[in-house]
Design a protein around this ligand. Structure first.
Ligand code: AMP
Ligand code: MG
Length: 467
């Protein structure tokens, strides 16, 4: 088949990327192909085509591979030049559902690679596949995974590991850091061109607004506030919420050291390098505001010709982020608690369940709210929960059990199951990966053993970046 690629990014935004081909994989082997997603993109691929095209072994006809420039604040410090150091955007596919980037990740060095090898190992690419597909199944905006192909190459991490390429599908790869890259260089014309492009691609209605750039900032704030509220509802910890990992589209992007919390503890961190807990579970809403402040800074000259006025406008918007997030979070919590309508006491009910459930399994506590016999064993000390439950029952009323079951997943990609699947895959056995994938693709269906918390012997879970 032929993929009819478009290249609006390269066409409309000259000087924001470099043309560079992916590496040629020596002995590609298709590990997983997302057939339903390929169908939705109108790609009637054969497995041979998927293997060749999504590994870099062959370029699909019409592809025009580029590496995009971006900067980013990493753990609070500004890196003026990051960019696609191991990714190649092949082009865009336009469907009735929108325009989508098709990008290879782990596909070789680019001029943005700095010291890196441009490669990726099988484990982390399958991990992104699993977690992004779970997020999609749970209804959270996310980039998608189209395929993972083992390259037949060995790459060097702490030990030798089999290499792989992920084919990723995204509404776009525009990041907060994309705007920062050009703002930091004083290239205002490019910041404006990027903003115009982002508005046309993601927020076309805003082009008519009185101040389209201010409306754009508002729209990104709204989508990101909603997104982080959804993450919090699932107990998701992104792990590396740097500004280069925050997408303008409002999709979750760049699954690195991310993981789902099991026992609820606000300070939970999994990433091996996050020593200060900057990206801890409960800190994510604060980082949301911090990152969006960096976007506002990059957009300042577009907000008003007077710098003082622009700063005043931006500050006003930034002040609104915390209450906006709080409203989104409350709406997510109303859904999780099976509450219909709105009541003034809902915020207290939601806040109080968080206190009452500390230490208990995040996912199963919500899932089992209406079944006290199943709920009780999740707690070492049930006293506070026992006091909270009658308030919840009185407010939630009839049909709460069904609403809770529809809103709260039974299955999440639990860390011990993810590790088991990735370890087996690295050793050549894909069966545990496929079994886990099947379970997490229907997250609202009970599926033991995937529903069960990690055995106590699993211990403290640690995740790693950029591998
Ligand atoms: P990430 O931690 O995946 O968000 O990546 C941060 C930056 O490091 C981006 O510019 C990546 O392209 C780059 N990077 C990560 N891993 C590698 C690698 N193995 N080789 C080259 N660049 C990399
Ligand atoms: Mg990244």
């Amino acid at each position: 088949m032929a993929i009819s690629f478009d290249h609006s990014y390269a066409r409309d935004l000259p000087g924001t990327f470099l043309r560079v081909p992916p590496d040629v994989a020596p002995a590609p082997r298709l590990l997983v192909l997302n057939r339903p997603l390929a169908d939705r993109l109108g790609l009637a691929l054969t497995e041979d085509e998927a293997r060749a095209w999504f590994s870099g072994a062959e370029l699909p006809p019409g592809a025009d591979p580029i590496a995009q420039a971006y900067a980013g604040h990493q753990f609070g410090g500004f890196s003026p030049q990051l960019g696609d150091g191991r990714a190649h955007l092949l082009g865009e596919v336009v469907t009735s559902g929108g325009r989508f980037d098709i990008q290879l990740k782990g596909s070789g060095r680019t001029p943005f690679s700095r010291g890196g090898d441009g490669k990726a190992a099988i484990g982390p690419m399958l991990r992104e596949y699993l977690i992004s597909e779970f997020m999609a199944a749970a209804g959270v905006p996310t980039t998608r995974s189209l395929a993972v192909v083992a390259t037949g190459e060995e790459i060097w991490r702490e030990t030798k590991l089999p290499g792989a390429v992920l084919a990723r599908v995204a509404a776009s790869h525009l990041r907060v850091g994309t705007f920062q890259f050009f703002a930091a260089r004083g290239e205002q014309d490019k910041v404006k061109a990027l903003a115009d492009y982002a508005i046309a691609r993601h927020y076309p209605d805003l082009a008519q607004a009185e101040n389209p750039y201010l409306a754009f900032l508002d729209a990104v704030i709204a989508r990101q506030a909603r997104l982080i509220a959804e993450w919090m509802g699932l107990g998701f910890i992104h792990g590396v919420m740097n500004t280069d990992n925050m997408a303008i589209s409002g999709e979750t992007i760049d699954y690195g050291p991310c993981a789902f919390m099991e026992g609820y503890a606000p300070g939970t961190v999994f990433s091996s390098i996050d020593h200060q807990g900057r990206y801890a579970y409960a800190n994510q809403p604060l980082i949301l505001g911090w990152n969006l402040a960096r976007l506002a800074e990059a957009l300042l000259p577009l907000l008003d010709p007077s710098q003082d006025k622009a700063i005043e406008i931006a500050n006003d918007r930034l002040t609104g982020i915390a209450p906006r997030y709080r409203a989104e979070w409350l709406s997510v919590m109303r859904r999780k608690l099976g509450l219909l309508g709105e009541d003034d006491r809902d915020a207290a009910l939601a806040d109080d369940v968080m206190t009452a459930m500390e230490g208990a399994d995040w996912t199963l506590t919500f899932r089992r709210l209406s079944d006290e016999a199943a709920l009780r064993p999740l707690f070492d000390d049930f006293t506070r929960m026992e006091a909270w439950l009658p308030r919840w029952r009185a407010r939630a009323g009839e049909g709460a059990a069904q609403r809770v079951a529809a809103a709260n997943p039974a299955v999440i990609p639990r860390n011990h199951k993810v590790e088991e699947a990735l370890t087996a895959a690295t050793e050549g056995d894909m069966a545990p990966f496929h079994a886990l994938l099947t379970a997490i693709q229907s997250p609202f269906v009970e599926a033991e053993p995937y529903t069960l918390p990690a055995p106590t012997g699993f211990g403290q879970y640690v995740t790693f970046c950029g591998t």
